[in-house]
Design a protein around this ligand. Structure first.
Ligand SMILES: *Cc1c(COP(=O)(O)O)cnc(C)c1O
Length: 344
């Protein structure tokens, strides 16, 4: 007899990018922000650590909901604070999917969706992007829940928000737009959530706000749906220190805009330099670049790793392989490019 549910016994878990616990790496593999978080967030962390640790945190993170409401222009009761946006995806899965239900996601995209479906024990189907990088009209067909990263990972491509709204309108279930990278793009689906209750957006403070270590994200949904998601989440899913950090970070627009501008400038330079090195570079709307090549890329990935430069190597059935390279500081990108010039 197994101790585990059959789907857990059979599960192959999510494989995150390497997180070396020693220094000395040029780390361009998990799309972290190369710049520090807002000094206001650091100050809020110090204050919360000295004053807030004895008591349980606010279960609904009111300080963050109010701050995000101000920053994004949506009412606070449309926002559910989460322990990273991965927690938002878990809450959605738990709230919506029974064993007969179907979760769909595009491929290639974020590998966690399949894992969440397998843990939940529901059905899962990957559906191809159209050749133009869009989604077919019947993308959500039969799905209780559909998850679409926008911008997508690992390709960095983007679907117009109006197209996603149209898919949500046509769907019978919820369409979750995973906006982990949207701060590096031009348009968000958040303003469209009011147009259709089946459109739900998840957001992360890990990348654009440089708070990956604090674990903070949120979802935006119409309030009657948000109230149901609150029932499903762990009672204290976000901690007092992270709530304080996230609220301060999302209100510091000046710091946000300044680091965003630096990352976008470096992204442009990286795209150009990789193209000069013979890579086929997909124009990116995120803080990483998807680079493909006619010659095998796994040796390139390994060669970089031997030089203590970490990037992500992905290979997909039917879609081939590529390197996903996070936009680091200018100096980190210089080191990457120098290594590539040596190797290629
Ligand atoms: C990084 C990432 C997430 C998770 O972000 P956290 O807020 O750190 O949990 C979710 N979706 C995609 C597509 C990501 O790349």
């Amino acid at each position: 007899m197994s101790y585990f549910r059959p789907n857990i016994e059979a599960l192959s878990g999510y494989v995150p990018g390497e997180q070396p616990q020693t220094s000395g790496f040029v780390k361009l593999n998990t799309n972290e922000n190369p710049y520090p978080p807002s000094p206001k967030a650091l100050e809020a962390i110090r204050r919360a650590a000295s004053e807030r640790l004895r008591l349980y945190p606010d279960p609904v993170a009111t300080a963050f909901r109010n701050a995000a409401s101000e920053a994004l222009g949506v009412p606070a009761d449309w926002i559910v604070a989460c322990n990273g946006s991965d927690d938002a995806l878990t809450i959605l899965t738990r709230a919506c999917l029974s064993s007969d239900d179907l979760l769909v996601a595009p491929t290639p995209s974020y590998g966690l969706y399949r894992v969440l479906a397998d843990i939940q024990g529901c059905r899962f189907e990957q559906r191809d992007w159209t050749p133009g990088g869009g989604l077919s009209e019947d993308f959500c067909r039969g799905a209780k829940l559909a998850m679409v990263p926008n911008p997508n990972s690992p390709t960095g491509t983007m679907v117009r928000p109006e197209e996603l709204l149209e898919l949500a309108r046509r769907s019978e279930g919820l369409l979750v737009v995973d906006e982990a990278y949207v701060d590096f793009a031009d348009r968000s689906c958040v303003p469209l959530v009011a147009e259709c209750e089946r459109l739900v957006v998840t957001r992360s403070l890990s990348k654009s706000y440089a708070l990956a270590g604090a674990r903070f994200g949120f979802l935006v949904a119409q309030p009657h749906l948000a109230a149901t998601f609150l029932k499903v989440k762990d009672s204290y899913n976000t901690d007092a220190v992270s709530i304080a950090a996230a609220a301060a970070a999302i209100l510091d627009r000046e710091h946000f805009e300044a680091t965003r501008a630096k990352i976008l400038a470096t992204r442009r330079r990286l795209e150009g330099a990789l193209a000069d090195l013979g890579f086929d570079v997909t124009p990116s709307h995120a803080n990483f670049v998807w680079a493909r090549r006619k010659t095998p890329l796994e040796p390139v990935y390994r060669g970089l790793k031997d030089r203590n430069i970490l990037v992500r190597y992905f290979r997909y059935e039917r879609h081939g392989e590529g390197l996903r390279i996070s936009v680091g500081t200018d100096s980190e990108i210089d080191q990457l490019l120098a290594a590539l010039r040596e190797m290629l």
